[in-house]
Design a protein around this ligand. Structure first.
Ligand code: NAP
Length: 408
């Protein structure tokens, strides 16, 4: 049985992995140019296909039948071939509904703003309306636009259905949510990065929020059911979601200079099957000189700027263990970069065990005062704290135990 994903550019897709965990059919990526679409659909030997940008509308003309949902939305993201006939379904509806349910906030009777008026926006609008919400679509060109958001400060739900904030333009944010006093829930269909700037602004206000990974997995589950005709238990969504999240996530180590971030990071990366990156090593590579020389020649401010640039670049990656320099927490702008894809671990080691050789700030300051200044910052940046006073195997085991709990 041959299934797969049809689209134009597919190199970053998680679909093969997700379908690999859902069933046993082979699942390929079919990058197709618009002029070859008809030929591909008519001549290829597939049982089921997922359809993504830019073909969700274009494939409709080749379908013999559309499900009610696909017909109502005017978009097909799942094709199934049965007895030579092509049937078009839309499983994004189920995927987004499942994402709203995961967020745990009732949207019934609430005012919702949906950002963007593309294909995903139409699905989001229909789901929210079917769940009882009153929906306003914000479009760059419609009557409700980014210039008159003040008309909607009573919105309780915001959904980003634009690509704004998606990798690699991770610093972008579609709107400033600070004007919305009644917000109860923020949803972003983007899943790379896991914590977009929009979601981070919701987290800062403790507003329940969710990224698009759950939707991606849930829509895949329903597609898979159409492909095989076999029901898949709903619990499988959470299981696959957690596995993909664990795999995509970066683990960032912060803490005092010499607390063991590089040593532990390297070993942890091997255990987790992730790549390892050391921001200090990246800075030295880029500056083509050792860190003490950077301090000596250009001063700390210059080093901090190089560090921020290195962190911004490295943090866009997924699935890495990242060891940072001890002072990265002194610049608040480093936090959104580090947090966008990561669990941040504060590695703690007794001051008496910290080496100072080759560490400019540890030599010119008393370690006690350095720690006193930085401890609140490490606390603010970190998700968890791990003691690193014993054997490295113990530290690593503690980290693995914490991560295991987080991914439950
Ligand atoms: P799309 O058809 O390209 O539509 C996106 C809409 O966003 C556009 O119609 C436009 O609306 C708005 N937009 C585009 N560029 C913008 C910009 N620079 N600034 C402000 N608004 C902009 O894409 P889509 O298929 O609807 O997908 C939208 C997003 O949802 C993408 O990030 C996609 O990856 C994600 N998605 C996720 C899932 C999932 O399973 N998690 C499923 C589907 C889609 P206006 O012209 O009205 O402003």
């Amino acid at each position: 049985m041959q299934c797969g994903l049809l689209g134009r550019k597919l190199s970053h897709s998680y679909s093969p992995q997700i379908h690999g965990m859902l069933s046993e059919y082979s699942y390929g990526l079919f990058e197709t140019e618009p002029e070859s679409l008809a030929d591909f659909l008519q001549s290829s030997d597939f049982t089921g296909l997922n359809v993504t940008i830019p073909y969700k509308k274009a494939v409709i003309q080749y379908c013999d039948t559309l499900s009610d949902c696909a017909a109502a939305l005017g978009a097909v993201n799942t094709l199934v071939r049965r007895d030579g006939k092509l049937i078009g379904h839309n499983t994004d509806y189920y995927g987004f509904k499942s994402m709203v349910e995961k967020c745990g906030v009732s949207v019934n009777g609430k005012k919702a703003l949906v950002l963007g008026s593309g294909g995903a926006s139409a699905t989001v609008k229909k789901v929210l309306e079917d769940m009882g919400a009153f929906v306003i679509v914000i479009s760059r060109t419609g009557p409700n636009h980014y210039g008159n958001l003040h008309l909607h400060t009573d919105a309780q739900v915001i959904v980003n259905a634009t690509p704004v904030g998606m990798y690699p333009d991770v610093d972008a944010c579609p709107i400033d949510i600070s004007i919305f006093d009644m917000l109860e829930c923020v949803l972003d269909l983007i899943y790379n990065p896991a914590n977009t700037r929009l979601l981070q602004s919701a987290q800062a206000r403790n507003i329940p929020c969710e990224n698009g990974l759950w939707m991606l997995v849930a829509q895949a589950k329903e597609s898979s059911e159409w492909f095989t005709g076999q029901k898949i238990p709903d619990e499988k969504i959470g299981k696959i979601y957690r596995a993909i999240r664990a795999q995509m996530e970066n683990i960032v180590l912060i803490g005092m200079p010499g607390c063991g971030k590089s040593t532990i990071g390297r070993e942890l990366a091997v255990k987790l099957g992730k790549g390892f990156v050391d921001t200090d090593a990246e800075i030295e590579r880029k500056a083509q000189m050792p860190i003490p020389k950077i301090f000596e020649n250009h001063g700390e401010a210059y080093f901090r700027q190089l560090e921020t640039e290195a962190i911004a670049c490295i943090s866009k990656q997924s699935g890495a263990v990242i060891a940072t320099g001890g002072g990265c927490v002194t610049r608040p702008e480093n936090y959104p970069h580090l947090h966008q894809n990561s669990t941040i671990i504060w590695l703690q080691r007794d001051l008496s065990l910290l080496p100072t050789e080759g560490r400019p700030l540890s030599q010119s300051n008393r370690l006690e005062s350095l720690l006193a200044a930085r401890a609140p910052l490490y606390a603010d940046f970190s998700d968890i704290r791990i003691d690193n006073n014993g054997a490295s195997e113990n530290t690593i085991q503690h980290i693995l135990d914490h991560l295991q709990e987080e991914y439950q």
